[in-house]
Write a protein that binds this ligand. Structure first.
Ligand code: RIB
Length: 293
């Protein structure tokens, strides 16, 4: 249950990666070598991005995940901590942290390969993890960590009246009984196509269509269409994560307001390079809405 509607408590269970980002005119075809125009390293990972987005948008967020003991671990921990996300249960495991090799072209579109590293060790949850999930307003998960841990978290949240929000990305088929415990699913149009009727049992379904906006389908056949603010796109990496994290913070305001809030946050995230570096604050989202962006 929502304890303080203005600042919902959100537990994000998911991945954290160092994004190795190259920029180029066009993304290479199979067998093609292209010259790049830039390279940077930016903390990312769908779990971390959504945690930071939810925190910056006004939530009180705790992150459950794992980093390695390598050169990236300190910066990955730091970006969560500096954003205000609680990291008391963030694990450090032996071996490499997760990484994502990302190519961004001149239109801002990307291609991404994720190598799980420490994220792959998130196979089980502790009693403390489960207690945090049970006392939160919202559990938010993705699928860049092993599905068994996601399933355990979702089932436990559902049994304890914690709202379950799932961004099933990268898309994969889950045990059919799991979907019945998902209150809100957030997918992009490609994932919606891949998952098809798997999504039917979900009470609230949000499908994002990039610059074309988002669509909502809810109980009683309720439907909503939310246009996206038009912005100059630099890089779409992390925009869906920003949308999802912001949606979680505003979910208690109802689907209509939550979608409007999330769409503005997601659009703002496309105007800068990188994932965690492009996530807007509560003030920036508010200003853009008031400005009519
Ligand atoms: O959704 C964007 C994210 O996908 C990147 O930050 C990358 O780490 C991958 O997880």
């Amino acid at each position: 249950m929502i304890t303080d509607p203005s600042k919902p408590t959100i537990v994000v269970l998911g991945s954290i990666n160092m994004d190795l980002v190259t920029t180029t005119e066009h993304r290479p075809q199979p067998g093609e070598t292209v010259l790049g125009t830039g390279f940077t390293m930016v903390p990312g990972g769908k779990g971390a991005n959504q945690a930071i987005a939810a925190q910056r948008a006004g939530g009180r967020v705790e992150f459950l995940g794992a980093v390695g003991d390598d050169v990236f671990a300190g910066e990955l921990r730091g970006v969560l901590r500096d954003s205000g996300v609680a990291i008391g249960r963030l694990r450090t495991v032996t071996g490499p942290s997760g990484i994502a090799a990302i190519v961004v072209d001149s239109s801002g579109e990307n291609s991404i390969i994720v190598v799980g590293g420490a994220n792959a060790t998130m196979t089980a949850l502790t009693d403390d993890d489960l207690a945090v999930i049970a006392s939160a307003d919202i559990l938010l998960c993705q699928l860049e960590i092993p599905v068994g841990a996601v399933a355990a978290a979702v089932t436990h949240a559902s049994a304890n009246a914690t709202v379950v929000m799932l961004n099933p990305s990268p898309a994969q088929h889950l045990p059919s009984d799991l979907w019945a415990h998902v209150d809100v699913a957030v997918v992009n149009s490609g994932e919606a196509k891949d998952l098809g009727h798997d999504l039917d049992p979900v009470a609230h379904l949000v499908v994002t269509h990039g610059a074309a906006g988002a669509h909502y389908r809810g109980p009683g056949g309720r439907e909503l269409s939310q246009p996206s603010p038009q912005v100059d796109v630099v890089d779409t990496t992390g925009a869906g994560d920003t949308f999802t994290g912001a949606l979680a913070t505003a979910w208690h305001r109802g689907p209509e307001q939550a979608l409007a809030w999330a769409s503005t946050a997601g659009a703002l995230a496309t105007t800068r390079l990188g994932a965690s570096t492009s996530i807007p604050t509560h003030e920036q989202i508010t200003a853009a809405i008031e400005h009519g962006d």
